[in-house]
Design a protein around this ligand. Structure first.
Ligand code: ADP
Ligand code: GN1
Ligand code: MG
Length: 375
């Protein structure tokens, strides 16, 4: 951890470095909780080394994040009497007044540590689902008037499912690790969706669905919930906040919040879709998003859940075939196991699709009615 101490010295932090430890379960960046003595009290900061294999231009990425953090802080301070430094991420600048520090190991950033709040890998209660979804709706709403130029696409075509599909097919064709024969069932499953994969790219192009500033990586553990009250505190992991569709965000949250099993559960009999979690998610999300979503967007949310689950599952399988270069993994088959849970979830979502769409529409209509006819 000597390196972290050096990095610490390059940020504009008052106080003395005590120690640091790896933190959280993210699949992408290297994250550390850093303990600092400040005037006799121990306080914490969150340090991250940005994954430069995944993010090709960390300086552009940090310029997006800086704009977003400043805007969120400004709007939260202006409209709510809340603790803004706990409700939105705050970047600590470097001694050179930059939002990052570059050393021989890569780009580092530092955030204020959000205390007494946790990101959960597995959903537990309907209240958590409601709170998380409500918070992502608020996030989209707060960023709807982000001033300045269109945000930079930190990973171009991140949710371009047809491009992901082409890449998947190319990796199967190359089959550099000679694994394709052993996972034929999984490959066939993901290939069988070819007709569905351009649903969002087509509608984005035709203008049926509007581009918005979205988060694009809304897994449940990317929203911190207060450990005591369970209320949503802060949206984190802003690396992929950029132009996108509302359904991407709602969809990825459904993917990660409607099963009581882990993303890497080996026993697929435990991967069971929980309808009441979906109901809490849609109710929470529409409580903050129904005021700005178009009807077409509302109608796209259930399919967004299916396609986002499919897309990530296909990405896991692609990474497995390719030699596990992208997602952090603990054993060789880790990404294969992850791709299987996503297959099971896609199947359950498809089975429930009509009912979920009807439920979504009824919640939306009720919210619209109660808005126009307040009791
Ligand atoms: P990754 O991109 O690798 O997923 P994240 O930005 O999601 O990295 O961070 C990893 C974990 O660190 C999160 O799941 C969360 O538990 C924790 N975390 C991130 N930022 C903060 C913060 N500012 N305060 C407290 N915990 C944080
Ligand atoms: C990654 O960074 P993290 O763990 O929140 C990935 C997401 C995937 C997710 C799957 C930048 O999210 O796209 O959906 O893993 N993030 C990136 O768990 O690729
Ligand atoms: Mg994360």
């Amino acid at each position: 951890m000597n390196n972290i101490k050096n990095i610490f010295n390059s940020f504009n932090i008052l106080g003395d470095y005590i120690s640091s430890e790896p933190y959280g379960n993210g699949h992408i960046n290297d994250t550390y909780k850093v303990f600092v003595s400040q005037g006799g009290a121990t306080i914490h900061y969150l340090f991250q080394r940005i994954n430069n294999h995944v993010f090709k231009n960390p300086e552009n990425l940090m310029s997006n994040i800086e704009r977003i953090c400043i805007h969120l802080q400004y709007k939260i301070k202006k409209s709510y009497s809340q603790n803004a430094s706990r409700s939105a991420l705050s970047l600590v600048s470097s001694k050179e007044d930059k939002p990052f520090v570059l050393d021989e190991t890569g780009y580092w950033r530092c955030y204020l540590f959000i205390e007494d709040a946790l990101g959960y890998d597995i959903i537990d209660t309907e209240n958590q689902a409601f709170e998380a979804a409500k918070a992502f709706g608020t996030y989209q709403s707060l960023l709807s008037d982000l001033p300045g130029e269109r945000l930079i696409e930190t990973i171009p075509d991140f949710h371009n499912t047809p491009k992901r599909f082409q890449h998947f097919k190319e990796i199967i064709r190359l089959d550099t690790n000679s694994l394709a024969d052993s996972v034929k069932k999984e490959i066939d499953f993901y290939l069988s969706f070819e007709k569905e994969i351009s649903y969002f790219t087509d509608r984005l192009k035709s203008g049926d669905l509007p581009e918005r500033v979205t988060h694009n990586d809304t897994k449940l553990n990317n929203v911190l919930l207060d450990v005591k009250s369970g209320k949503a505190v802060c949206i984190i992991d802003l690396d992929t906040s950029m132009p996108g569709l509302a359904a991407y965000d709602f969809g990825d949250l459904v993917r990660t919040s409607t099963c009581f099993s882990a993303e890497d559960e080996k026993d697929l009999s435990k991967v069971v879709f929980q309808k009441e979690m979906f109901e809490s998610l849609i109710t929470g999300y529409l409580s903050t998003a129904s005021s700005f979503l178009t009807e077409n967007e509302v109608k796209s949310l259930v399919f967004g859940s299916i396609l986002m689950t499919y897309e990530v599952g296909m990405r896991f399988l692609t990474d497995y075939l390719d030699g596990n270069f992208y997602f952090k993994s603990k054993y060789t088959e880790h990404n294969l196991i992850r791709s299987r849970t996503q297959m099971t979830l896609v199947e359950s979502l498809l089975q429930n699709r009509d009912e979920l769409e009807e439920f979504t529409w009824s919640v939306y209509e009720n919210m619209k009615k109660s808005k126009f006819c307040p009791v």
